[in-house]
Write a protein that binds this ligand. Structure first.
Ligand code: ATP
Ligand code: MG
Length: 442
């Protein structure tokens, strides 16, 4: 891909309407474009990042045995009346009427719909547990949409649902998601901490929010700093190891503000470890037992008796994560972004120094492009006639982690290669390819 042909509409300055760095950067480098309040188009650069995040989220759901499906965005009001949430949800729900005058809505979440799907097909406890997920657009008519795609009205979410026979099995399911979330955020190079949370309009009794620390976050948190040291590297999926893993986190007081209790905080956390700060909620898991299965009559036969299934739900804000990663990684003072390689829109920027009447560096770049491509590296060539320092500045902003400069200095077989934030190296193209691919496989 040539930069001149890519749809990457870069702005000269930070747009005045954006208050936080992720919103500024996403508009500045043309990742998104607002189409109306709280509703955005995802332009190619932003879309690429979101799709990569989605794929990591998907792989980590699949790894714990959750089955992917796809439910529609538009739902019927009937099922929401059954659960009692049609009234409760209030103005955040976008309500629509179809031509037959039927009450429809744009789904803000899917507990009702998935329960309806479950109850019409699953009858025996032998089919349990059922773990289902989808990745789909949601709509919530937020009172104050703000911060770009961080708190918008239409957003992309992974939501999963678990169905079990009893509390014990349900807590096993919950813990699988707990582990899978730790793994997901780690692959995104984020330190997301599970914090005991309130269950809000979803209801229920057990809940964790996964939060990354950021001054611009909207969640207030109270935590024991030692929770950052817990080893999250576990991969074992058996009941006891998972229970142990969750316990290791729960040993440390770590809550969102709805759960905060000053006395408890001071009693449980020695002063030097107390941290009271702000963060961004990137995921939320709930256990709510039969809150939906009972009113909606979702049950299985077990030993001749009818048992309402025990349910949990598990969300990840896939689109919010794009902004959250920027909040975590962008140095806005120096205007330098560096995407984790796992989600970067491109792996490497090839930056030729282009002189008038001399296309040799561009030709060299084309060859390097083909070589990288055939070795599983995804590059982009900057063929524009900007000067080299403007080009570097631009790529520092876009945040592609590697820059390969093709100019006079790239004599013989050695090229100037730079990983953002590190010293420039002189390497052969084979060494460059190996370095990138080695980091990719991590
Ligand atoms: P918040 O407290 O931020 O309003 P929530 O608790 O209402 O979020 P959940 O129902 O738990 O959200 O949704 C799951 C995930 O979806 C959240 O953890 C968050 O990452 C994301 N999300 C929720 N609301 C929005 C929104 N308005 N814009 C973008 N992402 C959102
Ligand atoms: Mg939440």
């Amino acid at each position: 891909m040539y930069f001149s042909k890519a749809f990457i509409p870069i702005l000269k300055n930070n747009p005045a309407e954006a208050k936080i760095k992720s919103h500024q950067l996403m508009l500045r480098v043309g990742m998104i474009k607002q189409s109306s309040s709280g509703i955005y188009s995802w332009l190619p650069l932003g879309f690429k990042v979101m799709k990569k995040i989605e794929q990591i989220v998907r792989e980590e759901q699949d790894r714990i045995g959750v089955q992917e499906m796809l439910m529609p965005t538009i739902q019927s009001s009937e099922i929401w009346k059954e659960s009692g949430r049609y009234e409760d949800y209030g103005e955040e729900m976008l309500r629509i009427k179809d031509r037959q005058n039927r009450e429809m809505l744009y789904g803000p979440t899917n507990e009702e719909l998935v329960t309806e799907i479950f109850r019409s097909s699953i009858k025996s406890y032998k089919s349990l547990p059922q773990l289902l997920y989808h990745i789909q657009w949601k709509f919530r008519d937020e009172l104050r949409p703000r911060f770009g795609i961080m708190r918008c009205r239409e957003f992309y979410m992974k939501d999963a649902y678990s169905f079990d026979l009893n509390d014990d099995d349900a807590s096993f399911s919950y813990n699988k998601f707990f582990l899978s979330y730790l793994r997901t955020f780690k692959r995104l190079d984020l330190s997301a901490i599970p914090m005991a949370a309130d269950t809000g309009p979803i209801g229920g009794n057990l809940s964790h929010e996964f939060i990354i620390l950021a001054d611009t976050g909207e969640s207030k948190i109270y935590t024991d700093k030692r929770i950052f040291e817990v080893d999250s590297n576990s991969t074992i999926l058996d009941k006891n190891s998972l229970k142990k893993l969750r316990n290791e986190y729960e040993n440390f007081y770590s809550v969102t503000d709805e759960k905060f209790n000053k006395n408890e905080f001071e009693q449980k956390v020695p002063e030097e470890f107390r941290l009271n700060t702000k963060g961004i909620e990137v995921g939320h898991i709930f256990y709510f037992g039969d809150k939906y299965s009972k009113p909606m009559n979702a049950s299985v036969d077990f030993q001749g008796k009818k048992e309402f299934v025990k349910m949990g739900s598990y969300g990840i804000g896939v689109s919010r994560l794009v902004g959250a990663i920027i909040e975590a990684k962008y140095d806005d003072k120096n205007e330098i972004m560096k995407w984790p390689l796992s989600v970067s829109p491109y792996d490497c920027a090839i930056i030729p120094i282009i002189n008038k009447n001399d296309s040799s560096n561009l030709e060299k770049s084309n060859k390097i492009f083909d070589y990288l491509k055939s070795n599983k590296v995804d590059p982009i060539i900057d063929d524009t006639d900007e000067n080299i320092s403007a080009k570097i500045k631009k790529f520092n902003l876009i945040g592609i982690p590697f820059q390969l400069i093709i100019g006079k200095k790239s004599e013989g077989d050695l090229f100037e290669f730079k990983e953002i934030g590190k010293e420039t190296q002189k390497l052969t193209i084979e060494e460059i390819t190996n370095q990138i691919n080695k980091l990719k496989s991590n």
